[in-house]
Design a protein around this ligand. Structure first.
Ligand code: PEP
Ligand code: MG
Length: 581
């Protein structure tokens, strides 16, 4: 039995067989072959190529059925690489002349091809290098007897163990086959963790050694509420977690009964609990948990879960389905926030040394106005079917907000000219997630219709702590006095200028912080829908005056540890059933 502790990234308990995601190339035999082994090795190579071709064909068929021919086509490139006569002949010749293994020769030949492609000026050829590397990984894995298994290929419900997973992989993973998720890397607010929470998958991240400790197919358990992962658990531990799992489900079921009750404090203060949404597939979960609208629709996942640019109509249909099914409740659609840890090679997002300080959020949209205008057209068209607000990510201040606003006005005018029905006014807001937007909030608040505090990035940029770096996860502290002061300043500016101030980072879904955030003056939360019942139970049982005095006490404290102690002591005393059971 091996027990590992990491960062609790998404609540719930998953128990089942481990599916280890191989991220490295399989090892190859680099010894010299006996002359009599050459023919057999050549045959083994031909068979490996044929088998890989067959498995890529199957994958292609599945994708064609699930998401259409358009997506399936990308696998034609891989089939073509597998059929490439030059690579085939060169490998067969190298096996014979150098008397080295098929894996050794094929790896060298395809690595050279990929390197040449990477140096090409043309983006298209550079992109093909990725396909070549993927094919190489497949063939080497086949030759070494290890089957590379993408999450799409899962046939039995499993616990996913990986070094790290790109958010797009998480978006494509079949929900019914994923029991839980454990990674070596990542922090609570990495986008992969956010996806897990959004999709209700128990997850623990930042485990450092999960991939080393896990064995393919062995039994494992992920306790995403407590941040614990156990491989090969003994009977006692297994039974204990099965009990916890049942309790989690029972509690969740009773809380779902809360869904039609409003979130109102004892003294009558109404708090709006909206949901964060990544993909339209999450809508039923959002409705079941009683969200008061969508406070943050992260549209980038629509772009990340595909391999080609979505058309205006494809986007319009996706947005419209969300807007229509939530109407008349509000939906805040955030424009594309790629960059940082969210890449899509077809979008041409550059490789950067400091991606979180690079071309991300509204900066990308202002540079790629063509994409931005298409997205705005789709959003504005969908806005005719409900209550839509548009929000821009990574706004630094008035300049980028104004530029975006001008483009919205132009797109609106063009749509009206074409006779397309759109609302008279769609409110425009800014994410407050950079220190710059906090310092300049008095300026921004005069021109925006609303703001939403993105604490995931605000904490990262205020404290200069990478949100996804598990080695420094301890100093990524939401309760740092600087963060509390930033939130307080934004709330005050909002009051002064009469604009709505929401909060949509992960902090909004943390039960321990709920009363403090209310006390700081926030009444508009947006969070993972699965956390709404618990936050609602807590806020309904509290009084705005006690929340305000907790916030006042915390704002007077000097260190994050002091604030944490104060908040923990308060919450344990007031809500023992939530924190001490
Ligand atoms: C945030 O930064 O808090 C936020 C909500 O945006 P994202 O997590 O998508 O960067
Ligand atoms: Mg952000």
């Amino acid at each position: 039995m091996t027990t590992l502790t990491g960062i609790a990234a998404s609540p719930g308990i998953g128990i089942g067989p481990v599916h280890l995601v191989e991220s490295h190339e399989a090892d190859v035999n680099d010894g010299v072959l006996q002359p009599e082994a050459v023919a057999g090795e050549q045959e083994r190579f031909r068979a490996a190529i044929a088998a890989c071709r067959e498995s890529v064909r199957k994958l292609r068929d599945t994708i064609a059925l699930e998401t259409g021919e358009e997506h399936a086509r990308i696998f034609d490139t891989q089939i073509a690489i597998l059929q490439d006569p030059e690579a085939m002949e060169q490998t067969l010749a190298a096996i014979a002349t150098e008397r080295r293994s098929a894996g050794y020769c094929y790896r060298r030949i395809l690595t050279a091809v990929a390197s040449r492609l990477e140096e090409a000026d043309d983006e298209y050829y550079r992109e093909r290098a990725l396909d070549v590397r993927d094919v190489k990984r497949r063939v080497l894995a086949h030759l070494s007897g290890v089957t590379p298994r993408g999450l799409r290929d899962l046939t039995v419900p499993s616990l996913i163990v990986a070094a790290d997973l790109p958010p797009s992989e998480m978006a494509l993973a079949p929900r019914d086959k994923i029991l839980g998720f454990a990674t070596d890397l990542g922090g609570r607010t990495s986008h992969t963790a956010i996806m897990a929470r959004a999709r209700g998958i128990p997850a623990v991240v930042g485990l450092k050694e999960a991939t080393e400790a896990a064995r393919q197919g062995a039994v494992g358990l992920v306790d995403g509420t407590r941040g614990v992962v156990v491989f090969d658990p003994d009977e006692e531990v297994l039974e204990d977690h099965r009990r916890k799992q049942r309790r989690f489900e029972e509690v969740d079921a009773t809380r779902a009964a809360l869904k039609d009750q409003r979130c109102v404090t004892h003294d009558g203060v109404v708090v709006r609990l909206g949901a964060n949404l990544e993909i339209p597939e999450e809508l039923p979960g959002i409705q079941d948990h009683g969200a008061d609208g969508i406070g943050l629709y992260r549209t980038e996942f629509f772009y990340l879960s595909r391999q080609t640019l979505p058309t205006e109509d494809a986007q319009y249909n996706a947005y419209r389905s969300v807007v229509e099914s939530m109407a008349p409740k509000p939906v805040v659609i955030r424009t594309l926030d790629v960059g940082g840890d969210k890449f899509a090679s077809y979008l041409g997002t550059p490789e950067e040394r400091n991606p979180f300080l690079g071309l991300r959020g509204i900066r990308f949209s202002l540079q790629r106005e063509d994409l931005f205008r298409t997205q705005l057209r789709a959003i504005l068209r969908a806005a005719a079917f409900g209550n839509v607000n548009i929000m821009f990510p990574m706004v630094l201040g008035l300049e980028d907000f104004r530029r975006a606003k001008v483009i919205v006005a132009e797109v609106e005018a063009a749509l009206r000219n074409e006779g397309v029905a759109i609302p008279d006014h769609v409110p425009l807001g800014a994410m407050v997630e950079t220190p710059s937007s906090v310092f300049a909030i008095d300026l921004l608040a005069r021109e925006v219709d609303f703001v939403s505090i993105g604490t995931n990035d605000l904490i990262q940029y205020t404290l200069a702590v990478d949100r996804g770096n598990e080695a420094i996860a301890e100093i990524y502290e939401p309760l740092h006095p600087a963060v509390l002061r930033a939130i307080h300043a934004v709330v005050n500016a909002g009051k002064q200028h009469g604009i709505r101030v929401g909060i949509c980072g992960e902090m909004a879904g943390e039960p321990l912080y709920a009363v403090l955030l209310l006390g700081l003056g926030l009444k508009d939360f947006s969070l993972s829908p699965y956390l709404i019942p618990e936050i609602k139970t807590i806020l309904r049982a509290c009084d705005s005056a006690e929340a305000a005095s907790l916030a006042e006490e915390c704002l007077a404290l000097g260190t994050p540890a002091d604030v944490r102690e104060q908040v923990t002591e308060f919450m344990h005393r007031r809500f023992p059933e939530h924190f001490l059971a």
